[in-house]
Design a binder for this molecule. Sequence first.
Ligand SMILES: Nc1nc2c(ncn2[C@@H]2O[C@H](COP(=O)(O)OP(=O)(O)OP(=O)(O)O)[C@@H](O)[C@H]2O)c(=O)[nH]1
Length: 176
Amino acid sequence: MKLLGAILAGGASRRFGSDKADAMLGGRKLVDHVADALRRDCDALVICGRTHSHIARLEDRPAAGLGPLGGLCAALAYGRDGGFDAVLSAPCDAPGLPTDLFFQLSKGGPAAHVADHPVIGLWPCALAERLQSHLEQGTDRSMRAWARIAEAAPVELAAAIFNINTPEDLAKAGLT
Ligand SMILES: Nc1nc2c(ncn2[C@@H]2O[C@H](COP(=O)(O)OP(=O)(O)OP(=O)(O)O)[C@@H](O)[C@H]2O)c(=O)[nH]1
């Protein structure tokens, strides 16, 4: 399986107040924690929506401002064109991803996502066109709606995932 890791890193970080991808935790940027987790299983890595110097950046598709699905759509198209089988997606704000994320998700089937965190998922690149046309139709652009369309299985992980949405979340994460 040729796997592309995609870090979804657009959005306004309104609750955080500044770009949360660059927030520091344990001396490293949040985005670097996520990149390390994805690199373990992925053959290549892209970042969707924001520049990060060490990682190839993709523009959201079919347009900017559509939310995380715009980033996933860009990653799926890039993956399909580059001969990848699937995309492993994760947000830039989840620094505690499990070391065996791909293994746990792949038990759900070819398309699967973390239960209650559909931004973290495994998506066959064969879904690229389907997601593009879903976004062009302008219907429900939530990750949850897409997970249903993609028939992605929700997978309960062995340990809970935490997201950093606010400065308070970051402070709490620093204490764990
Ligand atoms: N590529 C891309 N990623 C996005 C977009 N919107 C949100 N994301 C990412 O999706 C993940 C979940 O989004 P949120 O937690 O709602 O992030 P956000 O919209 O920046 O935060 P708030 O403004 O506080 O809601 C985060 O990793 C965001 O960086 C977008 O339009 N494009």
